[in-house]
Design a protein around this ligand. Sequence first.
Ligand code: F6P
Length: 322
Amino acid sequence: IQHIGVFTSGGDAPGMNACIRAVVRTSIFHNLRVSGIMRGYEGMINGEIESLGVKSVANIIQRGGTVLKTARSDEFITPEGRKKAYEQLKKAGIDALVAIGGDGTFTGADIFQSEFDIPVIGIPGTIDNDLYGTDFTIGYDTAINTVIDAVDKVRDTAESHDRLFFVEVMGRDSGLIALRSGIGVGAEAILLPEVDTDLEQMYERLEKGRKDKSSKIIIVAEGDNEGGAFPIAQKVKERFPHYDTKVAVLGHIQRGGKPTCADRVLASRLGFAAVEALMDGKRGVMAGVMNHEVVFTPFERAIKHISELDPAWVRMVGILST
Ligand code: F6P
């Protein structure tokens, strides 16, 4: 390979910039050309491609978001769209790709690299942590730390007013942000898309627990089975009209901010590893870190949603939250 194209796609995640920097610097070290493709697959189709150098990635390791911007592309789902993208890459002389994103990004990358002779290595960049083949995705650590910072503040005011707060966190299909941050803030309950909420059991526990602690924090993943924090808060209010209930939806603040050290280091390792993997002839795989080691997982395995939560964790949450 001679010329790598790097892009970010899907929802942005803190640490993506650190990853772009590592891809660029490792490529240059190995005398490869490297270009940034703007706005993910959209920019690939439209030929929005810029040559990158050591300087173009200076001073970005600490910045959230992605300097290459990102998008979700409907056109890339079509064979015509992918053909246009391939022609643009050919025109720019790009012969290998590093795709930073989540399951949608890798689904597209997998089809693309099977249709055209362009090797692609994926790097997991999503706050959801919902990919197989890496212990953590880039952005997850920052996002859960943003959540615990915000919920600690909510807890202060909840405690002062003896209130029951429903805090909605991101995770359309995955409860991993809710689970880990919920443990971190000592939530009284955590509602997840992967687990059917037993409302009666929750009501019982809320009533019982009221004697010991007047404030309560319930973490609700946006994709939980009740439809998020507002509907569940409404149901609880109907059951216990005397409770002083409030809802806080954390929203997109979870996607921004300075990446934590853990995310910067993970992003740097994976960016570096992806370039060297392309040079070694690897393709169609996602680079990840499992048990401290860099490992490569075929796209079709990586995008298999982790829909089962570890029962030991679920049991522990039940015990600690009482
Ligand atoms: O992929 C991360 C994620 O934050 C999900 O948890 C969330 O449901 C989704 O992206 C929202 O994405 P957007 O704001 O781009 O529609």
